[in-house]
Design a protein around this ligand. Sequence first.
Ligand code: NDP
Length: 324
Amino acid sequence: MTKAIVQQEKGGTDKLIWQDHTPGSPEQGEVLIRHTAIGVNFIDTYVRSGAYPMMEFPGVIGMEAAGVVEALGDGVTDLNVGQRVAYVMTTPGAYSEKRVVPAERMVPLPDDIDDRTAAALMLKGITAEQLLFSMAPASAGDTVLIHSAAGGVGQLLTTWAKAIGCTVIGTTSTPAKADLIRSLGADHVIVSSKEDVAARVAEITDGKGCASVYDGVGKDTFETSIAAAAKFGRVISFGNASGAVPPINIAVLAPKCLLLARPQMFPYIAERADLLRAADNLFAALRDGKIKADISATYPLAEAARAHDDLEGRKTTGQILLLP
Ligand code: NDP
């Protein structure tokens, strides 16, 4: 018998219960994984609360982890027992000691990428790659606005955009997190609890605004993002940390001829070839020092509720992990 964080119904962190859980045996095309590190993502809070109806209850949340293959189902020929792998999947279930997963979603881990780094970065790093290189390709010389730049995705966007040659303006809620964002190389930091973000962006850019705005905060920042974008700029709304963006009148985009996108990382890596390409790009960026994992806190898997309280309470920075 193994253990997992099992949720009987959607709701608050009190619904995250550490209990016995049978992972089952791998069938055709599946493998049994023993998790060694589990990434905590804001999306896990949406699944837990029911804001994203991606899971039947009772169930186990969690979209990404790293671990070791313990058993192979029939037909699995490209993985071995004992092999280190990592994954990011649309099917929740990662908040568990062991789990049966489809072999075709596993990414073999190179020797120089450790399990914790992989678990911290698969979802957030591939998201950053999608946003900067596919959805709204950033170019050297662009000025970009990154909301909540001290967060998990935010830090990766910041350092990767700097590596591309962008001028980065980051926002955050506290002076302490502002210092962290500066240490990552951001050119300007705006503390949103003390300053008017759109006005500061106008000041910094001589009234021009930003070529791209990367907004994972949602409801609280959407209007600011539109205001901070340059003429012919792009607003990429990719998350709802403060709540969902209410329905909008698309005419708000007209005065500056803005492009608006609401991407999700999962379709980007739906095909195995795209998953492996994105993982290779992520590992290459790590090796080149363009990005790094900033694992600011780890929690025992049994204490997943505490991790969610800290994430939703804006107490975390960078990436956080659960350790089985
Ligand atoms: P973060 O580590 O960035 O944590 C969320 C941060 O959002 C907080 O630290 C806080 O930073 C900021 N924030 C602003 N308002 C609130 C609020 N009301 N409550 C809580 N936090 C708030 O999380 P992740 O890196 O995991 O995710 C960041 C965003 O990206 C999320 O919205 C997530 O859903 C989205 N995302 C989207 C993906 C996609 O495919 N579209 C994939 C991955 C993530 P501060 O205090 O500095 O403002």
